[in-house]
Design a protein around this ligand. Structure first.
Ligand code: ADQ
Length: 397
């Protein structure tokens, strides 16, 4: 039991963890759905555990759910579950939400199991995506493969309407605003600034250590600015907080090595006595501690190569109740669709990204404040409660 919710764990064998989670989820679907920025691996032996784990979740759900209950299935680990739940509980209203991008049809079609995955998701009454582009990609590939026909609000599949729409996820804005205003946060933010040397501009990155997050490219952009002397260790510091993630997978181990080599290279070349240009923390922080960093940072760098939404961008904006700070945001993050007042960058173009980072540090206070104020309006209006309400209301309509 947690927060009044009964949690029922689903067991998995070691070989299922390998095939299902480390295999098809993290080495096939994850890279493919992030525009194949790492080569997706396609291994037929991973399919069977993927099906059985999805079935186990569906069976456990069907056992818990009464006839007319609402069932909400989440994310790329369980795309087969909606259809499986439907066959066991035909009376249930079933929703499916994908937290990561849905790729273009040309990419999705790489998958040998493309039809099975789509049929699984089409088992839902409502398929929710982070952005309109994702929703359109899903509709287009279903049409292209001849699985469904277009209907007014989505697709017609086996005589049933499947609603498809964009439901951009958000954060508990009130909670982050609370952290932003608390005495403790403000004190720790002031202490952080002091310890980094109070006159320096603080640039900040907060990410899972994942190749989709573009940490290495961000470091290269910063390096470029130091090399060209547009910035110096005296004037600025980049704080990179990275939470370890999926470290047993080769692409993740490689990403860690690349990031750490870049940090070492930059610090080796550009540090001055008492002034380290990159502070790198490879560990997890409590939300209150993150809030202090958000509050201390002059420029927040959210530069993923591809990201379903990116909650860090929204958290930063929510914490800045002082309307200070600037957000540099990748146009390949779902959040860029809503936070249009951010300094938008293309992380594949490192040179231009460096230019925008520099411009963000030099922007006038009035202009910066007006951007932040507009972005704060967006996250205040659209918090995670509204996201859940809208999805569930549509599902039950
Ligand atoms: P993630 O890829 O995990 O989520 P993101 O949306 O940025 O990415 O969420 C990361 C969360 O982890 C944030 O709440 C952040 O505060 C926290 N975090 C990051 N670094 C941390 C650290 N060092 N210590 C503690 N906490 C840390 C997936 C998709 C995203 C989508 C979300 C939600 O990949 O695109 O936005 O789901 O749908």
């Amino acid at each position: 039991m947690k927060d009044g919710i009964r949690i029922r764990p689903i067991g998995m064998s070691e070989s299922e963890v390998q095939g299902y989670y480390s295999g098809l989820c993290n080495r096939t679907i994850w890279p493919l759905f992030h525009d194949a920025i790492r080569s997706p691996q396609i291994e037929h032996r991973w399919w069977e555990p993927f099906v059985s784990v999805n079935a186990r979740f569906a069976e456990a759900t069907a056992k818990e759910a009464r006839k007319q209950d609402v069932v909400w299935v989440h994310d790329f680990h369980l795309p087969l579950a909606p259809a499986m739940v439907r066959s066991l509980r035909p009376g249930a209203r079933i929703g499916f939400f994908l937290h990561i991008p849905f790729p273009a049809p040309e990419l999705f079609r790489w998958l040998p199991w493309r039809e099975a995955l789509l049929r699984g998701m089409l088992g839902a009454d409502l398929v929710g995506m982070q952005t309109i582009d994702d929703a359109e990609n899903f509709v287009r590939v279903c049409l292209r493969l001849g699985l469904a026909e277009r209907s007014e609000e989505g697709l017609l599949f086996e005589g049933r309407e499947v609603l498809v729409g964009a439901y951009p996820i958000s954060i508990d804005t009130g909670a982050f605003e609370g952290h932003g205003q608390s005495e403790r946060t403000l004190k720790s933010a002031a202490r952080l600034r002091e310890r980094m040397s109070s006159r320096r501009t603080i640039l900040l990155g907060v990410d899972r250590l994942d190749y989709t997050k573009g940490i290495e490219a961000r470091l290269r952009a910063f390096e470029m600015l130091l090399r060209s002397r547009a910035m110096s260790a005296k004037e600025c510091v980049l704080v990179q907080i990275a939470v370890p993630s999926r470290e047993h997978l080769p692409d993740y181990a490689q990403t860690r090595t690349q990031v750490e080599q870049a940090v070492g290279r930059i610090n080796g070349e550009f540090a001055e006595p008492g002034l380290i240009p990159v502070h790198y923390f490879r560990r997890s922080f409590l939300p209150e501690a993150l809030a202090a960093y958000y509050r201390a940072a002059d420029v927040m760098l959210v530069t993923p190569l591809r990201d379903g939404m990116n909650l860090v961008a929204k958290e930063y904006v929510a914490v800045r109740t002082d309307e200070g700070g600037a957000l540099v945001l990748s146009e390949f993050a779902g959040a860029s669709r809503e936070l249009t007042q951010a300094h938008l960058i293309n992380p594949h173009d490192v040179e231009s990204m460096a230019g925008v980072m520099l411009a963000a540090t030099r922007e006038g206070a009035a202009e910066a404040r007006s951007r932040m104020s507009a972005m704060r309006d967006v996250v205040r209006r659209h918090d995670v409660y509204r996201w859940a309400d809208e999805f569930l209301r549509m599902l039950q309509s």
